[in-house]
Design a protein around this ligand. Structure first.
Ligand SMILES: Cc1cc2nc3c(=O)[nH]c(=O)nc-3n(C[C@H](O)[C@H](O)[C@H](O)COP(=O)(O)O)c2cc1C
Ligand SMILES: [Zn+2]
Ligand SMILES: [Zn+2]
Length: 668
């Protein structure tokens, strides 16, 4: 069939097609006063828009959409903006982060707290005036009246936190505070509603102050890791020419057939707590297992860790994810609010964003924030990045004792320079001694299954995954995920599913998940036919999170722009719940919404396509949607994304700028 569009461009029906100029003119017309969306409609805007768009295209054209090295930085760099603590979190001075290739180099460094001239002291927000933590040196305001006089106006009539939980912990600093402030500025509580939430733990894996202190003071005892690492030393420490002596601990027992996926219900009695429903004290309480100085023999349930060591790894809890839909770990975009959305649409397995081992070991709040788990994430893992057996094994032991996860994944697919040059990520595929020591070490200290995410190899034409997979199985990993591209390839050309099929055979009986380019249920079916145990979905979920529903229901969902807008509304509500409803939280929510919108705009509504399905490597042409919102959502222009954010989160602060972190539009 003759398509009206050139090759490489998605087949949008001719009657919806338009030109770039008309597309922008249409959106501008709709944004004029009195129209559906908004505000300014000046003449210069057009040129400005187009200039910006071109600028944007240029800036992003050099990098593919692999994750930025956002949190990967030199040891001495501090916490980044992703630090997400509750109301009244202490103020931090943040040194500028190192930037890695693959990021938009010209991203303005605009931290949400720059938007607030004068902030209220946490002691006042938390209702403990006079107990200021900072004492006379405190540079925050202590007078609520003075604070309110300078506070920007509310962004909406209703506060989602107050409406949901009966209490808004952000009090007067909430940007929807009118909804819950009394005449004397007191924070009103809906006691009946608040009581319903009492004792419920909605988000787990928080870093307690106590554990953070232990880590910062290096008081945490890595008993098992030390033991394993001592075993490595006689061989010269660098692992050259020798097998890890720690292998004794894990050999045979961790063989793949013991690993997972056969559904026979054989479980380790000691570890049943892993899968339990959340129940605990507070909305966001510190991890129950992470506090207190580590006892010499920590206990898990009725047994000591020594007992557990004896049981492990034969008795390791299984990871039963055969045939399940796995939402990929996604730096920046795969945040907890986004994962909640995907869970609702049918994602089975979720994973935290890649966390850097050394940062976790230092107790950095921003890194620990990546481990947080929403109670709806019933099969949840965290992903770690590192290059050395000591930090990786220690980190595994640390997490094993302090957080609740169903598996731990090692990122051996990360292509970014900063990670690669240190020997982590993809580079581990070429450092098999270190790789072995890492897998064996981590596996020996973990009670939960260890999984590994890899690529086809480093160089474009030299596949090595098939050689490494049997080793990974032998070393004791429970599952491998293979992204069907090499490091060099990044996102160019399609993922190699034939090779994935080959590797799935080689991996057996260890399960192998395939990853790459899935954007429709047909793609998913084809992928499953290659013999993989399951599929992992990354950009497909960012472009249309309802993909999971489509796959499960084997249909194309012609979702309306209104329904899509509701998804965004839910995301912003989850964001305000997660990052906060004060200015900082609102702007953080906006930032992550904008990052996501840079992918969402690639979705082409089903009803507009000449033939189905949309393919991930086809570029959307300029088209007019079936209503204004559908057209607005198709815009690749950052100003239009900002406009969408304003519909949800109110006007952006003065001098607001945003550039997406990665090139979302890597079609080539
Ligand atoms: C925005 C973004 C962030 C990513 N972050 C990670 C990450 O933290 N860890 C990881 O292993 N892979 C990461 N990836 C790679 C994906 O997990 C996945 O392997 C890759 O995108 C191929 O799958 P897809 O074709 O379904 O997108 C990221 C990809 C994108 C687009
Ligand atoms: Zn103070
Ligand atoms: Zn509020």
């Amino acid at each position: 069939m003759a398509a009206a569009v050139p090759p490489g461009v998605a087949p949008v029906r001719a009657r919806f097609l338009t030109s770039k100029e008309e597309f922008h003119a249409f959106l501008r017309a709709g944004s004029e006063p009195g129209s559906q969306v908004g505000d300014e409609g000046e003449e210069e805007k057009k040129e400005e828009d187009e200039e910006k768009e071109e600028e944007q295209e240029e800036q992003v054209s050099s990098c593919q959409s692999e994750p930025p090295a956002k949190r990967v930085r030199a040891e001495d760099l501090g916490q980044d903006e992703e630090n997400q603590e509750g109301a009244g979190a202490e103020e931090k001075e943040l040194p500028e982060r190192k930037r890695a290739r693959g990021q938009n180099k010209s991203r303005p460094c605009m931290k949400p707290n720059h938007y607030e001239q004068s902030r209220l002291c946490p002691s006042v927000t938390q209702g403990r005036p006079g107990k200021c933590f900072y004492g006379p040196r405190c540079r925050f305001l202590h007078d609520v009246g003075e604070y309110l006089a300078g506070k920007p106006s509310d962004l909406g009539q209703r506060c989602v936190l107050f409406d949901t939980f009966g209490r808004c912990p952000y009090g007067v600093t909430c940007r929807f505070a009118r909804a819950h402030l009394g005449d004397g500025h007191q924070n009103i509580v809906n006691a009946a509603l608040a009581q319903q939430w009492e004792g419920k733990l909605l988000v787990r894996n928080n870093l307690s102050k106590d554990l953070q202190h232990q880590l910062r003071k290096r008081k945490f005892v890595f008993q098992k890791a030390e033991e394993y690492l001592r075993g490595l030393k006689p061989r010269g420490g660098d692992g050259k020419g020798g097998k890890a002596t720690g292998e004794q601990e894990v050999s045979n027992c961790a063989a793949p057939q013991e690993g997972l996926g056969d559904g026979d219900g054989h479980e380790c009695p000691v570890l049943q707590e892993q899968g339990e429903d959340p129940k605990a004290e507070a909305l966001q309480s510190p991890s129950s297992r992470g506090d207190g100085v580590a006892p010499s023999v920590p206990t898990v349930g009725p047994l000591t860790d020594e007992d557990v060591t004896k049981l492990r790894p034969c008795e390791k809890k299984k990871l039963e994810i055969q045939g399940k839909l796995y939402l990929a770990p996604l730096t920046t975009c795969g945040n907890l609010p986004f994962r909640r959305i995907c869970k609702r649409f049918g994602a089975d397995v979720t994973c935290g964003e890649m966390a850097v081992c050394t940062n976790l070991l230092q107790g950095q709040s921003s890194e620990w924030a990546l481990l947080k788990r929403h109670h709806t994430e019933d099969i949840f893992g965290v992903q770690l990045e590192g290059a050395f057996p000591d930090t990786m094994t220690k980190c595994a032991e640390l997490l094993n004792r302090t957080i609740e996860v169903d598996f731990v994944d090692i990122n051996v697919g990360c292509p970014i320079d900063l990670v690669y040059k240190k020997g982590g990520g993809c580079a581990l595929m070429t450092r098999s001694n270190k790789f072995e020591q890492i897998v064996r070490g981590m596996n020996s200290v973990l009670d939960v299954p260890l999984t590994v995410k890899i690529r086809t190899g480093v160089q474009e034409k030299i596949n090595v995954a098939h050689k490494i997979i049997p080793k990974i199985r032998e070393w004791g990993a429970s599952m491998v995920t293979l992204h069907g591209r090499s490091r060099e390839q990044r996102y160019t050309r399609s993922a190699d599913w034939e090779y994935i099929a080959e590797c799935a055979k080689i991996a057996s009986p260890m399960p192998l998940f395939g990853n790459g380019d899935i954007l429709s249920y047909e793609d998913a079916n084809r992928a499953m036919e290659t013999g993989v145990s399951g599929i992992m979905i990354a950009r497909g979920a960012l472009i249309k999170p309802w993909l999971f529903t489509e796959i499960k229901e084997q249909r194309h969902w012609d979702i309306s722009s209104g329904e899509r807008f509701d998804i965004l509304k839910d995301f912003t509500n989850y964001g305000l719940e997660h990052w906060g409803s004060d200015t900082q939280g609102v702007e953080k929510t906006r930032k992550f919404l904008l990052e996501w919108l840079s992918f969402l705009c690639r979705y082409i509504p089903v009803g507009l396509l000449e033939h189905l399905p949309q393919r991930i490597n086809e570029r959307p042409p300029y088209y007019l949607g079936r209503d204004y919102l559908e057209t607005l959502m198709a815009s690749q222009n950052v100003d239009d994304w900002i406009r969408i954010s304003e519909l949800l989160l109110g006007p952006v602060p003065p001098s607001f700028t945003f550039l997406p972190k990665h090139k979302a539009n890597s079609y080539r």
